[in-house]
Every structure is written in C-alpha cells, then in structure tokens.
Design a protein around this ligand. Structure first.
Ligand SMILES: Cc1ncc(COP(=O)(O)O)c(C=O)c1O
Length: 386
C-alpha cells in the first residue's frame, strides 16, 4: 500500500525540455496566438525535412489530419477503405466522416500491422484506398502493400499517428505513402498538446489540404468559399510547442529507444511468460509504446492485471479493442483471430522519455509479480473447479 502512495508512473508523459516555453512566450508577447504566425511554417518545414518529403500540412489533431488527407485525396460516399481492425478508433472514424466504408482486415502477429495477404482478399470494385497503421511505432511492411495499391489503382494512405521516428528499410515513416498522417496529442513521441500533420510528396494534394483546412476560402477572394471546407487549422501556440519538440526529434525518439532497451534487459528472463515487442529486420521501431503480450496458455485477465499494476502506482493501457467489435462498426461475418487475441493478451507498459532505469525496473518487477499472483489464483480456482 505504501508503494502505491510513493510511486506514480504514468503510461505516457510529454517531455518539454527544449525551447517550448521560450517560443510560447514569444507567441503571447507578439500576440500571434491564433492560426497565423511564423511557427506554423517553421513546424511544417521541420516535419517535412524530418520525413524527407517536400510538404507537411499541420492541423489541430491527428483525427482531423487523417480526415483531411482522405477527403483531399478524393475518398467519398460509397467508397471502401481497407484498414486494420487493430487500431485506434480514429482510423475508422476518419473514413466514416467521408461517408466511406471501413473494411477491416486482420493483423499479423509479430508487429501487429495489416497482413498484406488479407488486404488482397478485401479488395472489391468499390475499394478506393488502403489505410495502413504502423502500430505502437513499428513500421508497416509497405513495399508489398504499395505493389497491391499500384496494381489495383488504389490510394495508399498511412495513419502514422503513433510512429514518427520509425524507419522502413532506412526510409522514414511519413515518406512511405501518398499521404501520412501524424498525431501530436500529449502522449505522443512529440506533442503540441493537441495537433496533427500530414506529410506528402504530392504538391497538388498538399495545396488541396491547405485549401480545405482553412474553410476552403478562395485564395484570391477573401470570404468567398467555393466548396465546403473545414476549420482544421493548428494554432501558432501549438506550432510553437511543436517547433521546439521537432528541433529535438532525434533526442525524443532515442529516449524511447533507450527505455525500450531497458525493458528488454529487465524482461529478458521472462520471455516464456510474455512475448516482447519484435522488430522486423527491415524496421527501426520507434517504440512509441512498449507492448507485451501474455503467452496464450498463460493468460490471466488482462484487466485484472492492469488493476493490480494500478494498485502499485503503475499506469498501463490495454492493446486496442479491435474496431470491428465496436457497436457502430460491428462486423460478425469477418474473421480477425490475431487482432482479437492480441487485444485479449496485450498490455502497454509506461513508455516515455522521463522514465529512469529504476522506474523501468520497478515496472518490470511488479508486472511479473502481479501476473504471477493472478496466475496462481486462477490456476487454484481451476483446480477447485476440476
Ligand atoms: C492510430 C491513431 N490514429 C489516429 C489517432 C488520432 O489522433 P488524435 O488523438 O490526435 O486525434 C491516434 C491517436 O492516438 C492514433 O493512435
């Protein structure tokens, strides 16, 4: 009980130790606090350069950025968008906002992204786009997916909200699709409080996103709106925080990789109990989250486990519930065994740049001890039932 009072390890925490305060003060003192101002351009340039593409368009969150990318790319009513069921709800919602139908596919079991074989099976004459999700910071195996998209004339969009800093065959996430969307929510590798961005090499798409982001105002005639647009603009204050964060992007990514390394060391002897994150030979994992999965034969209740961790001051988060199980997207006919099992067995341990080696040791000791206590009590109750 004492431990609970003494320790509080959050699952995610922003690290604001660069020029954030300086730049925000600059916005306040100069009164450029709304969505015009120099930090918007600065943040967009830093992001585009980091992702090695010519264009970045920032927005007010990672859901609006994904919606903007889909609308600007031409996804609309009646279209189908193929996407993983194991993702955050915003992935499906963004397609739904376009009146398109999310078509879910199962993931592969190692790095939890869409299985290219399942994508092929999901294509119909209505398919307009493939929406990949590099989950928890591991890139998607994009080359075979790009082939499928090209062969069928489909758009390839990435919901890379969680994966800034990850590399695929040496190429940055953010440069791998026709457009890639990021989130800068407070729990992300870099943050603007709330914020999002799309990176792209397509100039026409970038300018269409800028147009739609600002209420589709005619660039040559103010207050004239030839189309229905959106107010998805980022504020200069948010961009000021983002600029300071992006100036130190490599450091933010390296800190998470260091934390992951500590987890690997602490949990090395427990791999018979838990599957640790896996990185493909072609991947540099950015470890937005460190995800462990109980071995299926040794599973206890994931939620009870998280509850016991909370009792000792450790916040965790479950692997996403597959989207096809949510009421508005309920899909009974499909088969998604891998996503369902990962969701049942998986937990994300605290992963952020403020964690110390000692914090990670504390988390691991308690992750193992709480799992063991649950396992013991569940096997005793099984024996009693037998
Ligand atoms: C995969 C994925 N897509 C989209 C989003 C939406 O981003 P935001 O919360 O900034 O709207 C998130 C946010 O966590 C996410 O994880």
């Amino acid at each position: 009980m004492n431990q609970r009072i003494n320790r509080s390890i959050r699952v995610a925490e922003p690290v604001l130790d660069g020029n954030e305060a300086l730049y925000v003060m600059d916005c306040l003192q100069s009164t450029w606090i709304s969505s015009k101002g120099s930090y918007i351009d600065r943040f967009e340039r830093l992001l585009a350069d980091y992702c090695q593409v010519p264009f970045a368009v920032v927005t007010n969150n990672g859901t609006t950025s994904l919606h903007l990318a889909l609308v600007a790319a031409g996804v609309g009513a009646g279209d189908e968008v193929i996407m993983p069921t194991l993702s955050y709800i915003a992935t499906a919602n963004a397609a739904h906002y376009c009146q398109a139908k999310p078509v879910f596919v199962d993931c592969e079991p190692n790095y939890l992204s869409m299985d290219p074989e399942r994508i092929k099976e999901a294509i119909t004459p209505r398919t307009k786009a493939i929406l990949t999700v590099p989950l928890y910071g591991h890139p998607v195996d994009i080359d075979p997916i790009r082939d499928i998209a090209d062969r069928h004339g489909l758009l390839l969009i990435e919901d890379s909200a969680e994966a800034i800093g990850a590399l695929y065959k040496g190429r940055p996430v953010g440069s791998l699709a026709d457009a890639s969307s990021f989130s800068f929510f407070g729990n992300k590798t870099i943050t603007t409080g709330e914020g999002g961005a799309i990176t792209t090499a397509n100039e026409q798409l970038a300018s269409r996103m800028r147009f739609l982001r600002g209420q589709a105002v005619d660039p040559n005639k103010n207050y004239w709106h030839p189309e229905v647009g959106f107010n998805y603009r980022m504020t200069n204050i948010a961009a000021a925080i983002g600029t300071a964060q992006a100036e130190r992007l490599d450091i933010h990514v390296e800190r998470r990789q260091q934390v992951a390394q500590w987890y690997f060391e602490e949990l090395a002897d427990y791999q018979d109990l838990f599957q640790l994150p896996w990185a493909a030979p072609w991947a540099k994992h950015s470890y937005w989250m460190f995800t462990i999965m109980m071995r299926p034969k040794l599973a206890v209740s994931r939620d009870q486990w998280a509850g016991l961790l909370a009792d000792v001051g450790i916040e965790s988060r479950p692997v996403f519930y597959p989207i096809h199980t949510m009421p508005m997207y309920l899909e009974r006919s499909g088969s998604y065994p891998v996503a369902e099992e990962c969701s049942r067995l998986g937990i994300n341990l605290p992963t952020h740049g403020k964690l110390t080696r000692e914090d990670v040791r504390y988390v691991c000791e308690h992750a193992v001890a709480t799992w063991k206590s649950l396992y013991r009590s569940s096997s005793k109750s099984l024996q009693r039932a037998a």
